[in-house]
Write a protein that binds this ligand. Structure first.
Ligand code: PGA
Ligand code: ZN
Length: 430
């Protein structure tokens, strides 16, 4: 039944459908229309190296799309969520998110699906921003001044994102010496092209095929080999002193629970041995940051490595899953010192902002992040500026679903006219 529409911000219509993500798997898109003809739409991304404690992505199972269809989630939006939200003021993001959380009734959004809930949560934010005639980052941010983030660009892919033997998942470049965000994009794009030449010369032209996030996936095996290729690419582009490195090990993917060890290149390593390898790595290469160096259950190990690798940003992705309860535990223990923020790990905009605020208030860094399965939706670009997070991780400077985010940030920087690029004098905040 239609509720009374008192003002132009009231939600008038919500509609969802099934579309495709960058890996060719189905995902959910939602559209929201307000009474004042404000419009918002959003598409949900999807991970491959997903954390065990992430909110649940509802999939149809069965035969179609290899079981990955999202028609049940679509149905949940159109038939269950939409009737409850129509008539609500779209500016009441938290109330709207809470209505969906309560409708779902589970801890991990397994009933309606975090994908169904997130699609609506994001589209509502956009519709409210549009009704306010504000760009999304300003509507969500509400600040007077904004920081443009340093990008972490994933240029070498391994782990679950590529078909090579590299156990570590992502080798990224951070252009801290750039003058502005658009300058940062240029430096990374140039480095990406020079890296392509280095790889082609060293491994042949078959080796410049790319992984899920647009980075190259050459047949490198060891960390040293990966970093030497990377260093050569950066040197040839002429940015030796302006680009630093960051790594996402995604260690849960090569952790063996049975033996409590990490399997790297077929060899079993203890936690202490792995920490030694990281220590050696940061002493040899210009690495400022390591994500998920250990598996998602090892809060003690995260505490240890954060202490041992002083001055290095230790980012929690699978361990925190953008969940304030898990992050609180990390903060209490001094496990890691930064949060990777992925909106679909938790499933609403309000809870994502809560996680970012909790991190910031406790001196933890915040890195807004894409997923390996992405879409043309660039909401995370607006979110990173709204939060003034100062860092974004969204893949290589290649493939439309990755460049969509960088291009949106270029637009935002231009529109802001006065903004500060976080890379100049970039300092890990601890
Ligand atoms: P995912 O990878 O999206 O496949 O989880 C990204 C990451 O681990 O940061
Ligand atoms: Zn990760």
């Amino acid at each position: 039944m239609l509720k009374n529409m008192d003002n132009s911000f009231d939600i008038y219509e919500i509609k969802a459908r099934q579309v495709l993500d960058s890996r060719g798997n189905p995902t959910i898109e939602a559209e929201v229309l307000t009474a004042g003809r404000g419009y918002g739409h959003a598409i949900v991304p999807s991970g491959a190296s997903t954390g065990t404690f992430e909110a649940v992505e509802l999939r149809d199972l069965g035969k179609k799309y290899g079981g990955k269809g999202v028609l049940n989630a679509v149905g949940n939006v159109n038939e269950i969520i939409a009737p409850e939200l129509i008539g609500e003021d779209s500016r009441n993001q938290r109330l709207i998110d809470n209505i969906m959380i309560n409708l779902d009734g589970t801890e991990n959004k397994a009933n309606l699906g975090a994908n169904a809930i997130l699609a609506v949560s994001m589209a509502v934010a956009r519709a409210a921003a549009d009704t306010s005639s504000l760009p999304l980052y300003k509507y969500l941010g509400g600040c007077n001044s904004y920081i443009m983030p340093v990008p972490m660009m994933n240029v070498l892919n391994g782990g679950k994102h590529a078909g090579n033997a590299l156990d570590f998942q992502e080798f990224m470049i951070m252009p801290i010496g750039a003058d502005s965000f658009s300058d940062a994009v240029r430096m990374c794009a140039e480095t990406y092209q020079s890296l392509k030449k280095v790889i082609s010369e060293k491994y042949g032209k078959d080796a410049v095929n790319i992984g899920d996030e647009g980075g190259f996936a050459p047949p490198v095996k060891t960390i040293d080999e990966a970093f030497s290729v990377l260093l050569e690419g950066v040197k040839r582009a002429g940015y030796e002193n302006e680009i630093v490195f960051t790594l996402d090990s995604a260690a849960s993917e090569f952790y063996d629970e049975k033996t409590n060890s990490y399997v790297v290149l077929g060899e079993s390593l203890s936690t202490d041995k792995l920490i030694e390898i990281y220590k050696d790595m940061v002493s040899k290469y210009p690495i400022v940051s390591i994500e998920d160096p250990l598996f998602e259950g090892d809060f003690e190990g995260f505490k240890e490595i954060t202490k041992e690798l002083k001055g290095i940003q230790i980012i929690g992705d699978d361990i925190f899953v953008t969940n304030t309860n898990r992050l609180k535990k990390g903060i209490e223990m001094n496990a890691a010192n930064a949060l990777l923020l992925k909106v679909n790990q938790i499933g609403t905009i309000s809870e994502s902002i809560d996680a970012a605020n909790l991190a910031s208030r406790n001196g933890y860094g915040v890195i807004v992040s894409h997923r390996s399965g992405e879409t043309e939706d660039s909401i995370i670009s607006d979110l990173t500026v709204a939060l003034n997070s100062g860092q974004i991780k969204t893949g290589a400077p290649a493939r439309g679903e990755r460049t969509a985010k960088y291009n949106q940030l270029i637009r935002i920087e231009e529109e802001l006219q006065i903004s500060k690029y976080a890379g100049k004098n970039f300092k890990i905040p601890f």
